[in-house]
Ligand binder design. Structure first.
Ligand code: FMN
Length: 138
């Protein structure tokens, strides 16, 4: 049982340190797999997530440039890591430390895999300021 909880006096939701969010997409970023922790922390059922574009959890506080970096890196280097603020179905949010990997199967078909864990609080604080600054310049 995963202990997902909302922080007191805050719109932030947390998931356990030893848990991880796992999702897979096709080459266009359409979700093809979501684990239980992803469903629970984002507030959706698995059926609501499969077939949706991964930007279903995009938070309006995230600057566009962060995702440009994600897509550039996964296409050229094959991986990306970063701190992301995500939106829940109920409009609250959760932070993740995300790694996204590109996979190419034997038929040449591309898919992407993302594993997300609890970020360090210090990184969340740095990114909160950085993203607000970047967002103000958009
Ligand atoms: C495997 C994978 C995982 C992703 N995870 C997230 C995520 O957790 N949150 C997010 O906002 N975007 C995530 N993205 C990026 C989205 O596809 C999308 O580019 C982003 O939300 C920005 O939305 P936009 O492209 O409509 O501007 C992920 C993409 C891939 C391929």
């Amino acid at each position: 049982m995963n202990e997902i909880y909302k922080k007191e006096n805050s719109e932030e939701w947390m998931f356990p340190q030893d848990a991880f969010i796992l999702s897979e997409t096709d080459e266009h970023g359409i979700i093809t797999y979501a684990n239980d922790v992803f469903c629970e922390i984002a507030g959706y059922t698995v059926d609501e997530l499969i077939g949706e574009p991964h930007n279903v959890v995009r938070h309006p506080d995230m600057p566009r440039i962060a995702f440009k970096g994600l897509w550039d890196d996964i296409q050229t280097k094959g991986f990306w890591t970063g701190i992301v603020k995500n939106l829940r179905k109920d409009r609250a949010y959760y932070w993740v430390y995300a790694t996204v990997l590109k996979r190419v199967d034997s038929k040449g078909e591309i898919s992407y895999l993302s594993i997300r864990t609890v970020p360090k609080r210090q990184d969340v604080e740095v990114c909160t300021k950085l993203y607000a600054e970047l967002k103000s310049k958009e």
